[in-house]
Design a protein around this ligand. Structure first.
Ligand SMILES: [Zn+2]
Length: 426
């Protein structure tokens, strides 16, 4: 028997951590089993090379197992907890203005129509976005990107959908590119031209859909900036038939489908998600047992958004427990947007998943990291601390990951590591 020992080469060492959370049985995509276990390793070091994790183990065993480059960087992890960087797989983070008046009206019991009559609603945001330049929109959004990072988010999805004409949708895509350029956080672009029917097209939504399919989607695909194509399938937005057209048109141009489904009414958005092979189906507030059965084994990631149902003061939340029991790889995300959810950041969404959806701390963590990564088609590259994945890690001044959701609204982030590089210190 030869005593062969695999030696890892490293250029960055996160050294002497108090603890690090790993997932012993991570979900690896369609056809594989969903694992909800976490394990906290103690006195651990993590080594990476060119941004990818090459070794995880007991700090005492580092020198025996890892060949460290002469110019390697060390980061002292003493007293720190490492968890996978959070992935916020559903946001409308790019917008302008605020709708605080609308929030107050809703709290006072005003109806949606009363709010619209007072100038509220999505079209209010559309007017604000249309009126600003790329630079002004960048400045409006930069602060929110920074807040997300400061909560432990290392990857964030941002949707378009407040332009609602081709020129302004392309402007939003351009601003997202400017954000990618300016910040180390991974940003994933989703085109969502079908977010709402513009006010002047409500009697003519079919021709609006045709325009999205024939003109907008080819133009968006040409930019090569967007990965996903999303649609709001709902009574007050797009029918299943219209949504099918839009998602299939995107597929022809290489844009992967996502869908806002079952938020208010069960129209058949889940069936459509399975039919077109959507990467994720999001909201799912009203999804029933039949819908859960359809999602099982489909490969579609069910993404639940507990911040939104809380913000809208709903008495009902997405049936996450039933989904978990049915073996679904449930993901959670913030759905941050100006109208229906101002929750921003990973820690508060962890708390909401626990309080409103009755998910355990382990389930919430896995849903907000690994499964959310799957919701962005990156489930085997990020979302867990594992050899071969990108070294995207959130470091907390905490003893256990169970404290992240527990300390509701408080933030104990110490630093972020993205692609094997510390963000806030070196
Ligand atoms: Zn949304």
């Amino acid at each position: 028997m030869t005593n062969h020992k695999e030696i890892a080469y490293a250029d960055f060492i996160l050294h002497n951590l108090d603890s690090a959370v790993i997932y012993p049985n991570p979900y690896r995509g369609k056809g594989t089993k969903v694992g909800w276990e976490t394990k906290e390793l103690k006195k651990v070091s993590i080594a990476s090379k060119k941004g990818k994790i090459v070794w995880i183990g007991n700090s005492n065993e580092l020198s025996d197992n890892v060949k460290i480059a002469a110019n390697a960087k060390f980061y002292n992890g003493e007293g720190l907890l490492a968890v996978p960087g959070f992935v916020d797989s559903h946001t409308h983070l790019l917008y302008a203005g605020n709708r605080a008046d609308e929030f107050e009206m809703r709290v006072q019991g005003k109806t949606y129509l009363e709010i619209l009559a007072a100038g509220g609603g999505i079209l209010n945001t559309t007017n604000a976005v249309r009126s600003l330049s790329e630079e002004e929109l960048f400045i409006e959004t930069a602060n929110r990107i920074e807040l997300a990072m400061q909560s432990g988010v290392t990857t964030i999805e941002i949707k378009t959908g407040y332009g609602l004409d081709l020129k302004n949708e392309l402007k939003m895509i351009k601003v997202i590119e400017m954000l990618k350029e300016a910040y180390p956080i991974r940003i994933v672009t989703t085109f969502m031209g079908a977010h709402a029917v513009p006010a002047d097209r409500t009697n003519d939504s079919d021709s609006f859909v045709d325009e999205i399919c024939k003109e907008w989607i080819p133009a968006v695909a040409e930019t090569k900036c967007a990965v996903f194509n999303d649609v709001f399938t709902e009574k007050k937005a797009f029918s299943v038939e219209q949504s099918r057209k839009i998602l299939n048109a995107g597929l022809k141009f290489g844009l992967k489908p996502k869908i806002h489904a079952d938020e208010v009414n069960v129209l058949g958005g889940v069936d459509l998600a399975v039919e077109v092979g959507a990467v994720s189906a999001d909201h799912l507030l009203m999804t029933n047992d039949e819908g859960i059965k359809k999602l099982a084994g489909s490969g579609v990631i069910p993404t639940v958004l507990p911040g939104t149902s809380t913000y809208l003061m709903e008495s009902h939340h997405a049936p996450a427990r039933k989904m978990i029991q049915a073996g679904l790889p449930v993901a959670i995300a913030s759905d941050h947007n100006p109208g229906s959810c101002q929750f921003l950041g990973a820690n508060i969404i962890q708390s909401m998943a626990m309080l409103q959806l009755r998910m355990s701390a382990s389930e919430s963590l896995i849903a907000g990291t690994l499964h959310a990564a799957h919701a962005l088609s990156m489930g085997n590259e990020i979302g867990a601390i594992e050899v071969g994945r990108y070294m995207d890690i959130a470091l907390f001044d905490l003893e256990s990951f169970k404290q992240i959701g527990y300390h509701i609204g408080q933030n104990y982030l110490h630093d972020l590591i993205i692609n094997g590089e510390p963000v806030y210190s070196d």
